[in-house]
Design a binder for this molecule. Structure first.
Ligand SMILES: Cc1cc2nc3c(=O)[nH]c(=O)nc-3n(C[C@H](O)[C@H](O)[C@H](O)COP(=O)(O)OP(=O)(O)OC[C@H]3O[C@@H](n4cnc5c(N)ncnc54)[C@H](O)[C@@H]3O)c2cc1C
Length: 496
C-alpha cells in the first residue's frame, strides 16, 4: 500500500524532498505551497552559492556539516540531470591582516575534518588567481569546489521533474492546520479544503515553526527572520570576478559576497539583520543596508561600479532557528509528522542531501521497505533559448518556429517561443495562475537593464493568449491586482 505524503512548502527543500520521494513506489506525494508558484520563499532571494562545506563546524552542527558537503557533491549531478544553469568557479575567503589570517586558518582545518577537497591558504598569488581582488587583501582561503546555481530556476526544474515522476503540486494552497487522530497524522487542513495524508513533511521555511505548532510538536520552537539585502548590477559593467569572493565569517553571518551570477551580473550582498518575529513577510530594503553592502563589497573588490549601474536591489529573509540548529526529525507522536524546519544557510547547498536524509529518516522511523520505481526519470531538459546561440543556430530555430525570431525581452534576448513554452510548462506542473514573475524567473525575461519596463506588457499578453486569462487579470506577483494597475507596475519594478 502506498503512503500518502503531504510535503508543505515548495521551496528548494520541499521540492527536493518531493523529487527524492518520487523515486519510490512507496509514496504518493502531494507538494503544497501557499504561493501561486514554487520557490518564492527564501529559495528565490539568496546568494546562490553552493558552499564547499569548510565553514561548517562538525562539532557544533554535525548534520549540517555532513549534508552541506554531500549537497555540494549531489548538486553537480542534479544540475546535469535537470539542466539547471550553474558554474563551479571556486571561492576565496579574503583576509586583510595577520590576525584575520589566523582566524581563517581554522577553515582549512574544518575542511580537513569535513572531507572538503582542495582547501588551502593562498597568499600573494591570490591576486593572480582572481585579478578583481582588492589589493588590500593579504591572502585567502581558497576552496575550489564552490559553485553557483540559479536558485529559482533550480526549484522550478526540480518541481517539473518531480511532477513528471508522479508528484502532484497544489499551489495557492495554504496549510492552516494538521489533523491528528488517534496519535497519528491523517492530513492537512488547507485554504482549499482537507488533503488526506499518512505522512506530513513540514518544509514551510520561515513559517515552519507555526506548522510544527499546528501538529502540537516543538511548541517552544521559533524561527526568526534575518534579512539580507543585495545590489544587482547591470550585465554590462566590466567588473566581473570569476571566483566567489567573501570575507572571513563572523559568528552571525558569512558576510557580504561578491559574485558574478550564472546570468552574468555582478551581485553584492547580503547584509544580516534580525527582524522582529512578526515581520516574516518584510522584504523591504533600506538605504542603510544597501550602503553597507556597497561599502563591504568595496573591501572585496579592486573596483566597484558606481551605484547608478545598479539595476535592482532586493532582500531575502533567512529562516533563522534557535542556535542556528536545523530541526530535522520524524515524530512518533503524532506518528507520521516530520519537521524539516529552520533550514537556514547553507540550506540551498544541502537541499538534495537533506532530501536523502529525510528519506532515510522516514524509512527508518516508520518502517518503510523502500522499493525503487523502474520508470523513474531523472532527466529534465530546459527551455530552448535564443541567447548564447550562433546566428546560424538561431536561423534553424526560426525556420522551425518563427516565434524564436520574435524577441520579447531585448535586454536578455528572450523570444516569444521561449515564453510560450514556459507558460505551457507552468500549466503542466499544475499552476492555475501563470504570473509575469513566474515567467520572468524561469526565462530571465524582464531581468535585464530595463527591468521589464519594455517587455512586461508583452509577456502579460502572451500569458493572456496562452491561458485564456483576460489581460487585466494577469498578475505580476500574487493574485489581487492585474498588470493594468499602474501602481503595481511601478512597485513591481523596484522591489524583489
Ligand atoms: C539572504 C540569504 C542568503 C542565502 N544564501 C545562501 C547561499 O548562498 N547558499 C546556501 O546554501 N544557502 C543560502 N541561503 C539559505 C537558503 O536560501 C535557505 O536555506 C533555503 O532556501 C531554505 O529553503 P526552504 O525550502 O526550507 O524554504 P523556502 O524557500 O522559504 O520555502 C518554504 C515554502 O513554504 C511555503 N509555505 C510557508 N508556509 C506555508 C503554509 N502554511 N502552507 C503552504 N505553504 C507554506 C512558502 O510559501 C515557501 O515557498 C540564504 C538565505 C538567505 C535568505
Amino acid at each position: 500500500m502506498k503512503l500518502k505524503v503531504a510535503v508543505i512548502g515548495a521551496g528548494v527543500v520541499g521540492a527536493s524532498i518531493a523529487r527524492v520521494l518520487s523515486m519510490y513506489e512507496n509514496f504518493d506525494v502531494v507538494l503544497l505551497d501557499r504561493e501561486p508558484d514554487v520557490g518564492w520563499g527564501a529559495s528565490k532571494a539568496n546568494t546562490s552559492v553552493i558552499h564547499p562545506g569548510h565553514e561548517e563546524d562538525p562539532g557544533e552542527h554535525p548534520v549540517r556539516a555532513r549534508l552541506c558537503v554531500e549537497g555540494n557533491r549531489l548538486w553537480r549531478k542534479w544540475v546535469e540531470e535537470l539542466d539547471i544553469p550553474a558554474r563551479w568557479p571556486g571561492e576565496l575567503m579574503l583576509f586583510y591582516s595577520e590576525e584575520e589570517a589566523q582566524r581563517a586558518a581554522r577553515y582549512v582545518e574544518l575542511a580537513r575534518l569535513n572531507g572538503v577537497p582542495g582547501v588551502r591558504m593562498v597568499w600573494e598569488e591570490v591576486k593572480q588567481i582572481e585579478p578583481w581582488v582588492n589589493p588590500g587583501a593579504v591572502g585567502a582561503v581558497y576552496a575550489p569546489t564552490a559553485g553557483l546555481v540559479s536558485p529559482f530556476e533550480a526549484v522550478a526544474a526540480i518541481v517539473e521533474n518531480a511532477v513528471e515522476n508522479g508528484v502532484r503540486l497544489l499551489a495557492e494552497t495554504e496549510v492552516r492546520g494538521v489533523r491528528v487522530s488517534g496519535g497519528e497524522v491523517c492530513g492537512v487542513e488547507t485554504s482549499r479544503g482537507f488533503v488526506e495524508a499518512d505522512l506530513v513533511v513540514n518544509a514551510a521555511g520561515l513559517h515552519a515553526d507555526r506548522v510544527s505548532h499546528m501538529a502540537g510538536v516543538e511548541l517552544d520552537f521559533r524561527i526568526k527572520p534575518r534579512r539580507g539585502e543585495y545590489l544587482l548590477f547591470d550585465e554590462n559593467v566590466h567588473v566581473k570576478p570569476r571566483m566567489i569572493l567573501h570575507p572571513v565569517p563572523t559568528p552571525v553571518t558569512k558576510g557580504v559576497y561578491a559574485v558574478t551570477t550564472v546570468h552574468g551580473n555582478l551581485m553584492l550582498g547580503p547584509t544580516a539583520d534580525d527582524l522582529p518575529e512578526e515581520e516574516k513577510d518584510n522584504l523591504s530594503t533600506t538605504e542603510e543596508g544597501l550602503s553597507r553592502v556597497m561599502e563591504e563589497g568595496s573591501r572585496l573588490l579592486r573596483e566597484v561600479p558606481p551605484r547608478d549601474r545598479v539595476i535592482r536591489f532586493f532582500a531575502g529573509l533567512r529562516p533563522e532557528p534557535p542556535r542556528g540548529e536545523w530541526l530535522i526529525k520524524a515524530y512518533d507522536d503524532p506518528w507520521g509528522f516530520v519537521n524539516v524546519a529552520g533550514i537556514r544557510s547553507p540550506g540551498l547547498t544541502a537541499a538534495p542531501a537533506i532530501a536523502g536524509y529525510v528519506l532515510e529518516l522516514i524509512a527508518g522511523e516508520y518502517d518503510v521497505r523502500l522499493s525503487r520505481k523502474p520508470s523513474w526519470n531523472p532527466y529534465r531538459v530546459g527551455v530552448t533559448s535564443v541567447r548564447g546561440k550562433s546566428p546560424e543556430e538561431v536561423d534553424q530555430l526560426v525556420k522551425a518556429n518563427p516565434d524564436y525570431g520574435a524577441i520579447v525581452c531585448r535586454c536578455r534576448l528572450v523570444s516569444k517561443a521561449e515564453i510560450v513554452e514556459t507558460v505551457e510548462r507552468m500549466r503542466r506542473i499544475g499552476l492555475e495562475r501563470v504570473t509575469v514573475d513566474g515567467v520572468k524567473f524561469r526565462t530571465t525575461a524582464g531581468t535585464g537593464w530595463c527591468q521589464g519596463q519594455f517587455c512586461r506588457w508583452g509577456i502579460a499578453l502572451i500569458i493572456s493568449q496562452a491561458t485564456g486569462t483576460p489581460l487585466h487579470e494577469v498578475t505580476v506577483k500574487r493574485a489581487g491586482y492585474g498588470v493594468g494597475d499602474v501602481k503595481v507596475l511601478l512597485r513591481g519594478g523596484s522591489s524583489c
